[in-house]
Design a protein around this ligand. Sequence first.
Ligand code: UDP
Length: 413
Amino acid sequence: MKNLLDAYSAVAGDDVISHLRQLAVPLRGLRVVHINSTRSGGGVAEILERLVPLMRELGIDAVWEIIEGDGDFYVCTKNMHNALQGARVTISDEMLHAYEETNARNAEQHRSMLEEADVVFIHDPQPAFFLRHCPRRRGKWIWRCHIDIARPYRPIWKYLRGELAAYDASIFSLADFAQQLPHAMYLIPPSIDPLSEKNIDMSDAEISDVLQQLGVNPEEQIMLQVSRFDRFKDPMGVIQAYKLAKVFLPNLSLVLAGGGASDDPEGAIVLDEVRNAAGGDPRIHILDLPPDAHRAINALQRAAVVVLQKSIREGFGLTVTEAMWKGKAVIGGDTGGIRLQVVDHHTGFLVNTPEGAALRVRYLLHNRQKLADMGIKAREFVRENFLLTRHLREYLALILVLTHANGDRIELV
Ligand code: UDP
């Protein structure tokens, strides 16, 4: 796509893009390499798909390569991913051997480019062993961790940590997700892409069409939660909140939109419980969506009058960001990354109980001006803090710091 920067300027604002251009001036011509494990599927690939072309438009010589392996490699990295997120899984020496060999082979394939690069971003653990195969590296190497490794299974973390220690810096998404490493550590929160199918503008007619296809009447007053069917997302609490609020708001409907229950046994149980709790109320819509239902989620978030994310535990909570970007006040559980986004009484409300959530729903639906004002603030808050363009700005600032560390001043003109 040509003129990606102009396209982002139209949605994120001219000020945001001119700031990026200014930051990129001293970085022109710099060779930046990103390595991850897949070109498509998953949040990391989604970000790189846009971030790398944007860097290139800004004059940075950015490239994106992936590590490719066979069955054992992927089994090993999947186990490693689970172990880093706390599961007690042991990984056999054979598996670790396959992992290290795959790293060696892929690093060899790209070695001259990697050794010549000014900055290398290694995303997540899959390509973490590239560094040892580039002994003549010139540039700075950064380990970018996208997952929550606050409580890892120790033996696996110890194994990986030995390798990561040699990097020049690491980046975590939230302070709560990080582990101590012996180099500069940075926090760069996640972001959403305002031009993706999930977030791009939709006309009222399109929204209405999509809702009808989902069996939801566009005239209903929708209270929405989008989430996997998972107990930590507290869908039962949302149904309870809806029932309490409904007594005072007879026009209220509830949409619980989720997915993934078919390949997650626990999810299927939660989905059953949710269906039972709904008890045949025709104004409760439980939607089990396919994984690529981005447009459906976009339309639902736009159609909703108020959005809930009543999690009792949460990572960052991208559904909150997505709803706020669509100008919605969010009533969110007082936990994890929801606290970074829902500024209590400003961009939404933080709640701890179904009763609290019901009270806030009633308050907002009876105070439409307040609801609209909060929605405006919510969108602006996301524009400033949680769009892909902010993510890029922080990468540029970090590159600037790492590559100009010896200079006493950086000219940004
Ligand atoms: N999502 C989706 N389909 C679903 C449920 C969620 O596409 O049925 C998306 C949602 O729009 C968001 C992401 O998956 O982009 C969920 O991220 P979040 O951080 O909210 O929660 P997680 O599922 O990672 O705990």
